[in-house]
Design a protein around this ligand. Structure first.
Ligand code: NAX
Ligand code: K
Length: 529
């Protein structure tokens, strides 16, 4: 499991070490980790380190300090190194180390259009000639490696002039062979992943002390590239993480594997209320996905015509037009395609009132009761979350949700009392307690009709079969159990979908077909064999 913290949490964890006078050591460790990561990446992209052109953009704070110290190390390895300082102030010891190692220092002229105008001449005399944003951008674009050390966890808001103009110009040119963000891409929020203004997309982000929550959340996640975390000894000082991400080993350890004495009822029965005359396909897709994920039995409830179709596509399912009250199940999946049908809507309502775990998708999201519990898992996309929030008197747009998905998933969970799984390039899951998980296992090819029905089926099957004690033993607190189960489903859906897509288009039913093999491969990672 990957744990991540807000910038504020990381800074608070640093404080006791800073108070004890270990600031220099922290920065040296961070810079050493950054330099090593750049060395490895340059070897991979270019082969030879000696003679490679390194450009560093350094801001006024400690983030610029990390970048300059790392660049000093890289200059000593034979890289031809230039630093562009975006402010008249810079970390004095780091700048001195950089110059001593033979690095060239340039100062970014103040102001976008009036290059050079209003610049601080005394600072210029101290530390090298001015360059315009255009000149600096051309230099950065030609580099074999570029380190973005403008802003770190001390940033407030997006980049300001003249760094803003420089980054805009670099984005307009060919990207450098390798861009490495120091701690985080400058201009993204370490707390929420929100982005303000231009941000240089990184191939690699080397982050210090602990992964920043913002780096694992959209939209920043799409700009951070691969994230590498450098340990600087904050471990004992870190609080409970802000956000977690499941890895394959977690899925393997938590997967509900039947025991020798298991039978269909002890494994778990899933009830499904899905489909209508208008949308029969959704019922077929989610039932197929649940069967492929592995469940003791599926009880499907719906109109006679859809029962016939479900029986044909998933003969394992027991289909009827019965009621929720007379169906014995461990969990419900309700809503896919269940719109415009009174009987189906009544079943959805009854399932939501049953107190059992319920996955509420699509049609079930339109008329939610007021007091839900964490065992109810809502699976909206951004537009559906906007409507759920509107029911709670929160007026937001789809664009606002997409700009800060973790904030709004958390708000939705807090207001409804349910667990919220918000679909997106990175899926965000929030427990009503505020605990967050994000999963980025999916391929963009999965953004297609029917993919959500498949996710709902996988999640329904897991909700019916998962063993609570396995998650509790791994440190998942009781109120966050269902958020972790939803994260498992998002991960398996993403992995199976990526396998099925194999770099090309994928039909929703192919995702289900890939699930058993995905689970088999995961189970091979189990520590107990
Ligand atoms: N605190 C520590 O002990 C450690 C900090 N480290 C590094 O230090 C960074 C944090 O350093 P700082 O607190 O100095 O903060 P930053 O380096 O993020 O920069 C803050 C400076 O930038 C200016 N600034 C803020 N917002 C701006 C904006 N939107 N546009 C332009 N300028 C802006 C501020 O005036 C301030 O001087 C971390 O990200 C990390 O890279 C690491 O060296 C590890 C140890
Ligand atoms: K940075």
């Amino acid at each position: 499991m990957i744990s991540a913290w807000t910038g504020r949490q990381i800074r608070a964890a640093e404080q006791p070490l800073l108070d004890a006078g270990h600031g220099d050591r922290l920065m040296a460790t961070a810079a050493h980790g950054l330099a090593n990561a750049v060395l490895r990446a340059v070897r991979e992209t270019r082969g030879r380190v000696y003679g490679a052109r390194l450009a560093v953009i350094a801001g006024s704070g400690n983030n610029g300090g990390d970048a300059l110290f790392a660049a000093a190390t890289l200059a000593r390895k034979g890289m031809s190194t230039t630093a562009v300082l975006t402010s008249a102030r810079s970390h004095p010891q780091a700048l001195a180390a950089f110059e001593k190692a033979g690095g060239t220092v340039l100062r970014l002229a103040a102001g976008g259009d009036g290059a050079g105008a209003g610049a601080d001449d005394s600072a210029a005399a101290a530390a090298g000639p001015f360059v315009t944003p255009d000149e600096a951008a051309a230099l950065c674009s030609r580099a074999d490696a570029l380190i973005d050390g403008i802003l770190g966890t001390g940033a407030s808001g997006g980049l300001r002039s003249p760094a803003k103009e420089l980054v805009e110009r670099i984005i307009g040119l060919d990207a450098p062979a390798l861009t490495v963000a120091c701690d985080l891409p400058s201009g993204v929020s370490a707390e929420t992943g929100e982005v303000s203004g231009p941000v240089m997309p990184a191939d690699l982000t080397v982050t210090f002390g602990g992964t920043k929550a913002g780096l694992l959340t959209d939209p920043a996640a799409g700009l951070a590239g691969r994230v590498l975390t450098v340990d600087i000894g904050l471990g004992p000082h870190l609080p409970a993480p802000e956000l977690r991400r499941l890895e394959p080993a977690d899925l393997a350890d938590w997967w509900p594997v039947p025991q020798r004495t298991s039978h269909k009822y002890t494994r778990g029965v899933l009830g499904i209320v899905a489909g209508s005359a208008q949308y029969p396909g959704a019922a077929l897709l989610c039932t197929q996905a649940a069967a492929a994920t592995g469940v003791g039995m599926i009880r499907y409830l719906g109109p006679q015509e859809i029962c016939r179709l479900v029986n044909l596509s998933t003969p394992e399912a027991v289909c009827s037009q019965g009621s929720v009250g007379e169906s014995r199940v461990q969990a419900w999946l309700v809503g896919p395609g269940a719109t415009g049908d009174r009987d189906q809507q009544a079943r959805v309502r009854d399932a939501l009132a049953s107190g059992l775990p319920v996955v509420a998708d699509a049609g079930a999201l339109d008329s939610l009761p007021s007091d839900l519990g964490p065992q109810v898992i809502l699976t909206p996309h951004a537009g559906e979350l906007v409507r759920i929030l509107a029911e709670q008197d929160v007026e937001v747009t789809r664009e606002q949700v997409e700009a800060a998905p973790s904030d709004f998933a958390r708000l939705g969970a807090g207001l409804t009392g349910a667990t919220v799984l918000l679909k997106g390039a990175t899926t965000v899951i929030s427990s009503p307690s505020g605990a967050l998980f994000t999963q980025d296992n999916a391929t963009p090819w999965l953004a297609a009709a029917g993919s959500g029905d498949t996710l709902a089926g996988i999640l329904g099957a897991l909700a019916a079969t998962v063993q609570r004690d396995l998650l509790a033993e791994a440190g998942i607190a009781e109120p966050d159990h269902w958020a972790a189960v939803a994260a498992m489903a998002a991960a398996v859906h993403g992995i199976a979908g990526t396998e099925a897509a194999a770099g090309g288009p994928v039909a929703a039913s192919d995702i289900s077909r890939a699930v058993p093999e995905t689970v088999r491969a995961l189970l091979e990672l189990r520590q107990d064999g």
